[in-house]
Ligand binder design. Structure first.
Ligand code: AMO
Ligand code: AMP
Length: 616
């Protein structure tokens, strides 16, 4: 309801957000999906007698007349803030005990404990933030469907009960009652079905698909999550990247009114690993790692010399201008940053402060002048910078410096998330308004705070290309697929498949957004002999691959077109569109970190009779 509705008789149904009772008036803020409206019960109306029993979260149906608020009582923060509804009839549709936590959100105030909110998810879902997020997710799905329909894709559903298609995680298994002792696997992704659809002649397929993986959970991982799954025939890498660039551009345009570049930057796996120590670097800011192994070799610092001796590496990050922001508590041995680094396996964290054209540190004396000069040049060090160094095995150094990079970017405010900027803007706006209202006795104030706008560097998208096809699994002592076993090797590396598998690059690509892997895919193998060769490198005998993947090998023999595809993680995508870092915020009924649904109690026991029927 807006000012234009003044004079109308209306019926509003909703939940009591807040109520304030006075002698002659009772104010109720009624909430529904569309917002909050102020209702006034006045002593002259029979509904006034009912109103005192109203409590938070009661469900009301209110009949009344829309009227303009009194001068000074307008609320510019509410979309409905110019009007109120004078009640002329009230039905209490349902009551509610005092909720275990406040559904009303107060800016700047922390939410109740997440486990409690997950237990009462139906209440938590009433929070405007969650409602906005789920509406954003709905919008995303609509944009995807309309866009891919325009590009002639067909939406096809694939089964939930199937055979296991390995993606590197554990399967959720479902026992068969009809065939005792046999099991279905819930899909980790529709990977093989979509490839079979290509063999079936559906050359552009997509699906918004549920995927299930029994893996350890993190802030950006759920056991059950959703992919935009897509596959195309007769394509090369560029075709797939192009479809996704157009689609993601459309999503950002329609969901956030942000215009992305027509093509995303393309980076080599080897380069990002060397520069950022991660295959999903946050590219909203620079701060690359610099290799100083040679300089360490020329020093007399024992820790570094021992490391170099063992074939380890020494690498550094330059925290620009951090000298006056990092204190001794951060830098000292065993201090905050060293403690952080140790979580990733680093045994210590060395540092230099750059003072003019000198390096200052307790270990500076071990580095000859010319070596210090090279270090400054290589790290592009300027006065006021702090260099942070780790010596260890290459993977430990990469993991540590990659984590330290994000940690420092947040601590030093090198990179501020757009939603934090937006929250800051809203806080300023509120302060300004309340100040101005005091001064001007309630009249709305002219705004001086700059309105919130997205900046180009709020979103950094990049393709990571040329992943290795295999990785060495040291525990199992065998080669494993980096993506999955159906990914095609690059043609020019084919001759290395058996002789040097580690050197073979894949026709695979990941999409990275603000440090999250939001998608991944590849061109697939469509030749049955090549597929069998890859299975062999993975340690599968001919019988084993026939037994597990006979249907795929057959399909490839029966005229499989060249094909490829990709899957976008829609939960992670929504997280970024909605401005949260918690994947549970974008899923209506998520599981907690232990894969439990705290509301329904799943997973839970079942009747002995059910187990007996299943032969368990
Ligand atoms: P992949 O395993 O890389 O590829 O998954 C694609 C994308 O799905 C998202 N994702 C997850 N999101 C939330 N919770 C999880 N547990 C989770 N696991 C993955 C990520 C990831 O980039 N079949 C292939 C795709 C293909 O080759 O076409 C596949 O599933 O954003
Ligand atoms: P120490 O000689 O043990 O007092 O260490 C001197 C400095 O080197 C301290 O700041 C340590 O944190 C740091 N250091 C120790 N081991 C490493 C390592 N593997 N990589 C980087 N710095 C280290």
């Amino acid at each position: 309801l807006r000012a234009a509705d003044v004079g109308k008789t209306v019926v509003l149904n909703g939940w009591v957000n807040t109520y304030r009772a006075y002698n002659d008036q009772i104010f109720v803020d009624l909430r529904d999906r569309y917002g909050i409206t102020q209702i006034v019960f006045e002593a002259d109306d029979p509904s006034f007698k009912l109103a005192p029993e109203i409590r938070n979260e009661f469900v009301l149906s209110v009949k009344g007349t829309v009227r303009e608020r009194l001068p000074g009582a307008h609320n510019p923060k509410l979309a409905t803030g110019d009007v109120e509804v004078k009640a002329e009839g009230l039905t209490v549709l349902n009551r509610c005990p005092t909720p275990k936590f406040e559904v009303t959100e107060f800016p700047g105030e922390e939410l109740a404990n997440e486990d409690l909110r997950l237990e009462y998810r139906f209440l938590d879902l009433r929070r405007p933030t969650l409602q906005r997020t789920l509406a954003m997710r709905h919008r995303l799905n609509q944009v995807i469907r309309a866009h891919l329909d325009r590009e002639a894709f067909l939406e096809v559903e694939t089964p939930l009960l199937g055979r296991s298609t390995p993606e590197g995680a554990r399967d959720y298994l479902v026992p068969s009652r009809v065939t005792p002792g046999s099991w279905y696997a819930l899909p980790q992704s529709p990977q093989l079905y979509k490839q079979l659809l290509m063999v079936g002649g559906y050359d552009k397929y997509f699906q918004i698909a549920h995927c299930l993986r029994d893996e350890d959970l993190r802030a950006d991982r759920q056991p059950e999550f959703t992919q935009l799954d897509l596959e195309m025939s007769f394509v090369e890498i560029d075709d797939i990247l192009g479809v996704i660039e157009r689609l993601v551009g459309d999503v950002f345009h329609q969901c956030l009114e942000v215009e992305l570049p027509a093509a995303f930057q393309r980076l080599q796996y080897a380069d990002v690993m060397a520069g950022y120590g991660s295959d999903k670097p946050d590219l909203r800011y620079e701060m690359q790692m610099v290799d100083l192994t040679e300089e360490a070799r020329l020093s007399s610092f024992k820790v570094f010399l021992d490391a170099v001796e063992k074939g380890h590496v020494v690498r550094a990050l330059n925290a620009k201008g951090a000298a006056d922001k990092l204190s001794n508590t951060d830098l000292k041995p065993g201090g905050k940053l060293a403690e952080f680094a140790s979580r990733y396996g680093a045994k210590g964290l060395a540092w230099f402060k750059v003072e003019g054209d000198k390096l200052a540190s307790s270990i500076e004396k071990f580095f000859p002048g010319p070596v210090q000069d090279t270090i400054r040049q290589k790290t592009k060090a300027q006065s006021g910078d702090v260099l942070l160094l780790v010596a260890d095995k290459e993977d430990v150094v990469a993991q540590t410096l990659s984590a330290l990079r994000s940690h420092l970017a947040a601590q030093l405010k090198v990179c501020v998330n757009w939603w934090d900027r937006k929250a800051e803007y809203e806080k300023q706006l509120q302060e300004e308004e309340s100040l101005a209202r005091k001064k001007q006795k309630g009249k709305p104030a002219p705004r001086t705070v700059e309105p919130f706008r997205f900046q180009p560097r709020d979103f950094a998208l990049a393709w990571i290309l040329d992943f290795p096809l295999f990785m060495w699994d040291a525990d199992e002592k065998r080669w494993v697929s980096n993506h999955h076993p159906f990914t095609a090797p690059r043609d020019e590396d084919l001759h290395l498949l058996e002789s040097d598998p580690g050197k073979v690059r894949a026709k695979a690509y990941d999409l990275v957004l603000n440090g999250y892997e939001v998608g991944g895919g590849s061109i697939r193998i469509h030749n049955p002999e090549l597929q069998e060769r890859v299975f062999r490198v993975l340690g599968m005998s001919a019988e084993q691959s026939r037994q597990r993947f006979g249907f795929l090998l057959d399909a490839l023999k029966y005229g499989a077109p060249p094909h490829g595809g990709i899957a976008l993680g829609l939960d992670r995508f929504t997280m970024i569109l909605a401005g949260t870092t918690n994947i549970r915020d974008v899923i209506a009924f998520p599981k907690n970190q232990k894969a439990k649904d705290l509301m329904t109690g799943a997973p839970a026991g079942v009747d002995a009779r059910q187990l007996k029927e299943l032969g368990l």
